[in-house]
Design a protein around this ligand. Structure first.
Ligand SMILES: [Zn+2]
Length: 386
């Protein structure tokens, strides 16, 4: 078994290409982690998730503690066995989900008491309990339990919240059981205030973690402020540890994050969009419900080898969504995850080649260009029947 370790293989500007070595196998970074909130990547079999090239998936403490319960998951062999994903799994601490419950939760200095969104039953999460639940789930990467204020908020409220999260980070670290090939990440908070981000980064580095996440972004501040916050935050984190930008984002957000030294991302966007007929492509997004796709015999993207693109037309996907057929979300989620993984592999290749600036400019230009015209289309329009 290898020690939990992140090995840097190439640097291009601030971007890094590396390999995360874990008890559940290696992950090439930069990487995008599909979200498997309740022990399933929605609308996907795990074989399908694997086929996209995903190396690590997410699980969620809040959702799994309520249903089916952490002890049930443990009895079923842990999250890896239960969902048939032998690779690495990162679990959210539950902090973000509890905070978004609003009136259903009560925060104190020690933790949070809340009512289940499922049946109204009362529960409590604190740093020790969250860490123990993630242990029971057998998370490869455990996240610190933190508080995440919604933006915009007053600077003094963000400071108080960040300092509470740092005290909770120390308690989370204390509660974490070290095992070979497992790790725990601290979460930098502090809103969009550079001095608070610096204070938070220092507090976490003083505690010492196997990796560092940047939390509290993509909550309404906008891309410009998010990138500005990354610009002041990533240089403060250890160069030899992985960095994870939580809950981000669009392909353009991921590119900007990688350019600023981020190694790991997660977001519901590609899976959620897959259930609402929105396709991500090299030429930007397509809404497959749009009437113009009703007779479009081309696959979603000429550059994609996912099941949807290798067998089906846009017109068929359009029909499936119009008819509310379950296969539509299945095929399009597959396609979107395949696109995200392909894009991340492309970024990694560019970093290794020292070519990220040109590669990134080409990606942005293509996104802005919009859908392929018939003249540009590089292959026969109608996929063969198989
Ligand atoms: Zn595809």
């Amino acid at each position: 078994m290898t020690a939990f370790n992140w090995r840097c293989e190439a640097v291009d500007g601030r971007a890094r290409a590396g390999v995360l070595e874990t008890a559940h196998g290696p992950v090439a970074t930069p990487t995008f982690m599909p979200v498997g909130t309740v022990g399933t990547v929605k609308a996907m079999t795990m074989d399908a998730v694997r086929s996209t090239g995903a190396g690590i998936v997410l699980g969620n403490t809040y959702h799994l503690m309520l249903r089916p319960g952490a002890e049930r998951v443990r009895a079923l062999g842990g999250l890896h066995r239960m969902m048939d994903w032998p690779g690495p799994i990162l679990t959210d601490s539950g902090g973000f989900q509890v905070m978004s419950l609003g009136a259903l939760r009560k925060l104190d200095q020690d933790g949070v008491t809340f009512q289940s969104h499922i049946d109204g039953s009362k529960h409590r999460l604190d740093p020790e309990r969250s860490t123990a639940i993630q242990h029971a789930l057998d998370a490869t990467i455990t996240m610190c339990f933190d508080e995440c204020p919604a933006l915009p908020a007053q600077a003094d409220a963000i400071a108080a919240s960040m300092r509470l999260s740092m005290r909770w980070a120390a308690r989370s670290r204390e509660a974490f059981v070290q095992r070979e090939g497992y790790g725990q990440f601290g979460i930098v908070q502090g809103g969009v205030e550079p001095e608070l981000r610096a204070e938070s980064a220092k507090a976490l580095c003083d505690i010492g973690f196997e990796g560092y996440a940047i939390g509290g972004l993509a909550v309404g501040e906008g891309q410009e402020l998010m990138f500005a916050t990354l610009d002041v935050t990533t240089p403060l984190l250890p160069g030899d540890k992985p960095r994870y930008l939580m809950g981000v984002g669009t392909p353009d957000d991921l590119l900007g994050g990688v350019e600023r030294g981020v190694d790991m991302f997660d977001c519901v966007m590609p899976t959620r969009a897959g259930r609402t007929a929105r396709a991500y492509t090299e030429r930007g997004t397509l809404n497959l419900r749009n009437a113009r796709f009703a007779t479009d015999a081309r696959p979603i993207s000429p550059d994609c080898d996912c099941l949807a693109c290798s067998r089906h037309s846009r017109a068929y996907l359009h029909h499936l969504f119009r008819a509310d057929e379950i296969l539509g979300p299945m095929l399009l989620t597959w396609h979107n995850l395949a696109y995200y993984q392909r894009m991340m592999r492309g970024l990694r290749t560019a970093i290794v080649a020292g070519d990220l600036a040109a590669h990134g400019a080409a990606l942005r230009a293509a996104w802005a260009q919009g859908d392929w015209t018939e003249e540009e289309w590089p292959q026969p329009s109608i996929p063969p029947v198989s």
